[in-house]
Design a protein around this ligand. Sequence first.
Ligand SMILES: *Cc1c(COP(=O)(O)O)cnc(C)c1O
Length: 412
Amino acid sequence: MALINEHFLKLPNNYLFADIAKKVNAFKVMHPKDKIISLGIGDVTRPLCQAVVEAMHKATDEMASIQGFHGYGPEQGYDFLREAILKNDFLPRGIHLDINEIFINDGAKSDTGNIQELIRWDNSIGVTDPIYPVYIDSNVMIGRAGVIEDGRWSNVVYIPCTAENNFVPQIPSDRHVDVIYLCYPNNPTGTVITKQELRKWVNYALKNDALIFYDAAYQAYITDTDIPHSIYEIRGARKCAIEFHSYSKTAGFTGLRCGYTVVPKDLTASTLDGERFPLNPLWNRRQCTKFNGTSYISQRAAEAIYTPEGKQQVQATIDYYMSNAHLMLTTLRAAGYEVYGGENAPYIWMRTPQGTGSWAFFEQLLYGAHVVCTPGVGFGPSGEGYVRFTAFGGREDTEEALERIVNWSNIQ
Ligand SMILES: *Cc1c(COP(=O)(O)O)cnc(C)c1O
């Protein structure tokens, strides 16, 4: 008899964005003529830049010839891209990595979800709260998260990040965590971590033999010069941290798929008997068995981001989104809202007025201003009382959405 993995049954079957879509559709059925503007889901809207498109055309033509055809590529990714990553993303920040520490992936969602295969089922995990749901859900699926009670998993340590603590995650004093997921700049709050604060986590991990899984998907949006782009800017991180990057938000690759994972060779973890093993060969083994590489065309496209033209074009799109973010911050603030993030990340995190619940405010905004946001509680218990707006919209839509929100707020 085939038995299912019952851990899947513990997952609440309401997926946040499916719930939002359901409510938006209900509104549309009742109000077919009203135009809705979505500042909800975290997908980009600007097209791929010219340098990327040209690289893809060229790669496609290569694939059409006998000499230029590429079949299965290396599971770890092509060296041309891994070298470009070392030279552009790390060397300028004084970080020296080996090419074999870089694993090209098909996006950071897969690897942030898959990485937990490397650790035993009974490790405790810690997450900043609210957080990108993939980290917890992927641990639920194999039974590591325990059971859910009142929206909290019993074997997950929630580290609250709210306006009350200035969105600075405090190291838990009451419970030990074996594995910590950090995401900076943060989705959903749009807040960042300073080197000084990140150093505390690295030191905690080194002292307690813990691992840090560091999601840097939004590092390209950092504008403040003293905010770290990589955890390896912190001394000792090579011994305790795995880092995830993605071209999805950096260069609009959400539909194209490419990113990379860094697994340093100095990073080791212990068996129950106390014998230490490096994780790099384990991850390599895992990838060789379960992953057949990102497409040659996607990797050539990613390489083009590092050319002088590519860098400039990608930056122009990031600037476009960040001027949306600036407009959102200033407009909402002027309208009396309490808003956070938006300065080094494409997300605005807004406190709902008068303690309104996240979902209640979502509906009020939908019916009152025909604008879609994301209820903060969908990202974890500490997200209650907040909503997220994304800066990934078109300029005109963003301006119109803001105007509607302001007008609607004035009549509240
Ligand atoms: C969008 C996002 C990613 C990237 O996902 P891809 O699979 O690379 O498209 C990773 N982490 C966070 C927190 C994100 O918001």
